[in-house]
Design a protein around this ligand. Structure first.
Ligand SMILES: Cc1cc2nc3c(=O)[nH]c(=O)nc-3n(C[C@H](O)[C@H](O)[C@H](O)COP(=O)(O)OP(=O)(O)OC[C@H]3O[C@@H](n4cnc5c(N)ncnc54)[C@H](O)[C@@H]3O)c2cc1C
Length: 391
């Protein structure tokens, strides 16, 4: 717990959270503090984290928060998801938060929503239990923003699909057991895309290089190759050629999760910086007492509060099954951009120590840079908002 209390430290003022959510928070914080944070820098250094973390997260129910209990999930709501994702800030590792989030928020919910009973038995149940790792394969070397232009192709051959092509930037890509893969099954453009469940043990599949990154370094981000890979045609997820719509729909959950992650990680950085600034003195007084810092953080905390309500508004709509593209996109844009400025200043408060790996603030700074790129760039968020607002 931070030595310096700020109003942002507790969610109790928000009416949506219950005792059950508080228990989720305490459980996830303990998991992060004991199992992740102490090793986060070391895992960044070696560029990978132990696979067992997936199983440990699954044992806490984290891969099935909103998943139907029939498949091993908890059947809870988006507020429970928020309690989990916000508490992941205590891992002090964007890498692990992202890797687990790929499983919990951007792969398994889409499988739960669209999958047949057989598909859920084969893919969903073991993934919720943490016995398998999932990845989402949409982006390609030719482009990530323009999903409708993707080129990885699947042709039908009897009761099989034959897949050839390449994916890039795939999180959990080097060790995923299956990929929810976007492939072209029809005409050019957004109407010819399908989602398939792709087992990575399929012949012809290979992992290219693991990308060296400037942040989120313990998370594996991979280049993947598909060379005449044959999978059963029954592995199509949902309807054939409806993949683009499923991807756009699924992006809402991913972007909401990203906004929650950005909010909580910058709040953590603020508390961390304020603690440091209370202890570190310069010219005879604690740094944080200088007006320049007090005003800077007053501004940041005001923006964080605004971002939080925007995010919770989007979450409330999502939770009630209402249309929320506009609000989710605004929340993603606002929080990811804000996290750049806030984390930059938090790191600045640490002076030279901020630039070392001695303190987690440097890691936070390099990890948050992904926020305006992953799950759709800020430019794409603005395009969507402009469209929603008919600008
Ligand atoms: C660490 C990491 C993990 C990732 N994990 C995954 C994953 O698990 N699965 C997956 O499928 N993808 C993943 N991605 C890919 C990510 O979604 C893409 O990087 C992102 O969508 C941007 O695509 P791009 O990199 O091809 O950039 P491009 O689409 O080439 O864009 C380059 C620049 O052009 C801008 N731009 C593009 N279109 C427009 C426009 N219409 N108007 C104005 N500006 C525009 C963009 O905003 C950006 O600034 C990951 C990426 C990273 C870095």
């Amino acid at each position: 717990m931070s030595q310096v209390a700020t109003a942002t430290e507790t969610r109790q003022e928000f009416p949506y959270f219950t005792e059950e959510h508080e228990m989720i928070r305490q459980t996830v914080k303990r998991f992060c503090r004991e199992e992740i944070a102490p090793y986060a820098e070391e895992w960044d250094h070696v560029g990978i984290f132990p696979k067992e973390i997936f199983k440990k997260a699954a044992n806490l129910g984290l891969f099935g928060i909103r998943i139907d209990p029939e498949w091993g999930g908890l059947g809870l709501d988006w507020w429970a998801t928020a309690a989990f994702l916000e508490s992941m800030a205590y891992a002090d590792s964007g890498s692990i938060a992202m890797a687990l989030m790929v499983q919990s928020e951007i792969t398994l919910p889409v499988l739960d929503e669209l999958g047949t009973r057989d598909q859920k038995e084969e893919f969903l149940r073991p993934a919720v239990a943490g016995d398998t790792i999932a990845a989402l394969g949409i982006s390609e070397p030719g482009g990530g923003s323009d999903v409708a232009a993707l080129k990885t192709r699947a042709r039908i051959d009897g009761d099989e699909l034959v897949i050839s092509g390449q994916k890039l930037w795939i999180t959990n890509g080097t060790r995923a057991d299956f990929i929810i893969l976007a492939v072209r099954t029809g005409a050019e453009g957004h109407k010819g895309i399908s989602l398939v469940l792709f087992p990575t043990k399929t012949k012809g599949f290979s992992v290219g290089k693991k990308l060296e990154k400037i942040g989120n370094m313990a998370s594996d981000t991979a280049e993947l190759f598909f060379d005449e890979c044959r999978i059963p045609a029954r592995n199509v997820l949902g309807e054939m050629n409806k993949g683009f719509y499923y991807i756009m729909h699924n992006f809402q959950g991913e972007r909401l999760a990203a906004a929650l992650g950005a909010m909580s990680s910058m709040e953590k950085s603020v508390r961390y910086a304020l603690d440091y600034g209370a202890e570190r003195t310069a010219f005879g007084q604690p740094i944080r007492h200088y007006q320049v810092w007090r005003h800077r953080f007053a501004e940041h905390l005001t923006n964080i509060e605004a971002g939080k309500w925007l995010t919770y508004r989007a979450l409330d709509l999502m939770n009630r099954g209402q249309k929320c593209v506009r609000e989710v996109t605004m929340a993603k844009l606002f929080t990811s951009e804000l996290s750049q400025k806030v984390t930059y200043d938090c790191m600045q408060m640490f002076g030279g120590f901020g630039y070392t790996t001695e303190y987690p603030i440097g890691r936070a700074w390099r990890d948050v840079r992904l926020n305006t790129i992953g799950a759709g760039t800020s430019e794409i968020m603005k395009e969507i908002i402009a469209k929603e607002e008919k600008l």
